[in-house]
Write a protein that binds this ligand. Structure first.
Ligand code: CP
Length: 317
């Protein structure tokens, strides 16, 4: 069974990116491909881009789409095997997945981390239980540790906008008022490594990313130094991996601005959205000529479409 849960599920990432770019140029070419097929999009957490881009991508391929806010509209699910269900959980994932597999040809799921239990989050228990009991392919719409459709869209954006074959890319931590998952940053690191990109990560001490995704990527704790001559600056907040889900106090100023970008001779800024304006990034950068946020969001359509196309065709992703 083919699933799409990380770059590890992709045979040739650069070929997939190029196919997505080709699909973007001819987006009506496959409008019959998914005829008589249905995708079910299940959300345990909120979403704007992932939900709507996945629906639109499925429609682009001629598929029917059903969306369910599983956390609010479904029965409370039990995710653990051999559970004695005498508490507040009404339906086991084993039964739910069997039913969903009989309704859908592909299932997408969004399942964020708890940020309280690292072992459980990093084991991807929820995603893996759905995959275990589904008999149709599963697409991650952002899991506890990874956001592969976002990373694929980000890679499409970088390839489209890059002047060189080896651009300098920086992933920088940004301030936030809440503890956020590490999924977007983990995933970005994973895809950059798979593509052999020149990536540096910069963050305050205490915000080191999970070794399983960030090992081998240079870390520069001085943000201004890291930014020097960067072609793409990916801005994202994340909570600490250790102590897990915490937000250690940062006394230095990590909010980027035009002055810092200009001083470093850095070029584009990227952000996956949603963004807290003037907390994570200032208006002047988000609305200015350096901003690729709209293109990244647009490319979510083609990252979802190319993955769905491969699954419909039953081809290697
Ligand atoms: N970037 C992203 O995944 O956006 P949503 O959370 O709105 O889907």
């Amino acid at each position: 069974m083919k699933n799409f849960t990380s770059v590890a599920d992709v045979q040739n990432p650069i070929a997939l990116i190029n196919e997505a770019i080709a699909l973007k140029k001819n987006s009506s070419a496959y409008s019959d491909l998914g005829k008589n097929k249905t995708i079910g999009l299940l959300f345990l957490n909120p979403s704007l881009r992932t939900r709507l881009s996945s629906q639109k991508a499925a429609q682009m391929l001629g598929m029917q789409v059903m969306v369910m806010n599983l956390d609010k509209e479904g029965w409370a699910l039990e995710w653990n095997d051999r559970a004695v269900m005498n508490g507040n959980k009404t339906e086991h994932i084993k039964d739910a997945a069997m039913v969903l597999s009989s309704y859908f040809d592909i299932i997408g799921i969004r399942c964020f981390p708890t940020l309280t239990n690292r072992e459980e989050d990093y084991s991807e228990h929820v995603l893996k239980q759905l995959i275990k009991y589904s008999t149709v392919p599963v697409i991650s719409l952002e899991s506890a540790t990874l956001h592969p459709l976002q990373s694929l869209a980000d890679c499409i954006t970088i390839i489209e906008m890059s002047k060189s074959t080896k651009p300098k890319i920086v992933l920088t931590w940004a301030p936030h008022i809440k503890a956020l998952p590490q999924a977007v940053s983990n995933s970005f690191c994973q895809w950059m490594k798979a593509l052999g990109m020149n990536l540096t990560v910069t963050h305050p001490k205490g915000y080191e990313l999970a070794p399983e995704f960030a090992d081998g990527i240079p870390v520069e704790y001085n943000q201004q130094k890291a930014l020097q001559d960067a072609d793409f600056v990916y801005v994202k907040n994340w909570s600490a991996y250790e102590p897990y889900g915490q937000t250690p106090v940062v006394s230095e100023d990590w909010l980027l601005d035009e002055k810092k970008m200009h001083a470093a001779n850095a070029r584009f800024i990227m952000h996956c959205l949603p963004v807290r304006r003037n907390v994570e990034l200032p208006d002047e950068l988000l609305d200015g000529k350096r901003s690729l946020i709209r293109l990244q969001a647009e490319n979510r359509l083609y990252s979802a479409a190319i993955v769905m196309k491969k699954l419909i065709e039953n081809k290697a992703i």
